[in-house]
Design a protein around this ligand. Sequence first.
Ligand code: FES
Length: 147
Amino acid sequence: MDRRNFLVSFVKLFFAGLFAAVCSVVFYIFPSRERTQNIRYFYLMDEDSLPRKGVRKVDFEYNGEDRTMGSRVYISASDKELTAFSSVCTHLGCFINWDHNKKEFICPCHGGRYGIDGNVTAGPPPAPLARLPLEIKDGKVYIGMKI
Ligand code: FES
């Protein structure tokens, strides 16, 4: 490869990398409408069954693209708010459990711990538990899932 071909290749590679970087920034700043539209709501429970205080585990089924799926969420009720947390640990994806005595979520895999507000209190999880959208309509509670 002579010097001229090397420079032409280098310039092409530079602009391809620059284009990829600019696209990444644009997609980060302006997420596609499709991603935000993929949340579907599924029946979770009757409103009367919501916990008044503390945490309740809820197993439920929903219709995915081609089959019925099972999932688990934790509904946390405090004086201030009602929150639905994903049961998936943010470290490596194990399923967490709620410990009623210690009043915290515990991950059995690597000892990750989360408070009742979903924030990390100990261990390796890099982020709080994911919050899932809740909707209450006509006495029924629905949970939003990205499908
Ligand atoms: S997967 Fe939960 S702490 Fe590692």
